[in-house]
Unconditional design. Structure first.
Length: 170
């Protein structure tokens, strides 16, 4: 990996951390626990489109670890890691299929993130009762996924997306 790509990844990690911090300062506006905007996913979706899967995975996992250390706990880090990995895998597959645009990829990532978090929570807490949160979480994931997808699509379009990635490799 060359220096430019490392620098670009570092900037995206920094952006994701700033967005995570901003999100952590926003008070919960709904009665359902666990609903968040997912602002840091702007950097992750952009990384996927501009740098590729491996680099996006690196940005995502580093963000998860740093966010858990700075804004959460080991347990919140486990939940976030499960969601982030499932989300990124799904987004990468849908992007590669070519049937979905940035918004569709982002929505799928948001939904899969929630499914991953509920799945790991059910496993750790040894209860299936958390599945009842899914309708609320999926609805919020679709709404936030659309917003994050639109923002990401604008960034990919304006900054050149894959062309940005090629410039990072030069």
């Amino acid at each position: 990996m060359d220096t430019r790509k490392v620098v670009h990844m570092g900037m995206l990690i920094a952006l994701a951390m700033v967005l995570s911090f901003i999100e952590s300062q926003i008070p919960a506006f709904v009665a359902v626990p666990g609903i968040k905007l997912g602002l840091a996913n702007i950097a992750i979706v952009f990384a996927l489109y501009s740098l590729g899967f491996r680099e996006a995975l690196g940005v995502s996992l580093i963000r998860v670890v740093l966010s858990a250390i700075l804004f959460g706990s080991v347990v919140s880090g486990l939940y976030s890691a499960a969601g982030a990995i499932l989300s990124l895998l799904g987004m990468a597959l849908l992007k590669k299929s070519g049937f979905f645009g940035t918004v569709g990829v982002s929505v799928s990532g948001a939904v899969l993130h929630n499914l991953g978090q509920i799945g790991i929570a059910c496993f750790i807490l040894k209860t299936q009762a958390l599945v009842y949160y899914l309708p609320f979480l999926i609805l919020s994931a679709v709404l936030s996924g659309v917003v994050i997808g639109i923002i990401s699509a604008v960034l990919v379009e304006r900054l050149g997306g894959e062309e940005y990635g090629r410039r990072a490799e030069k």
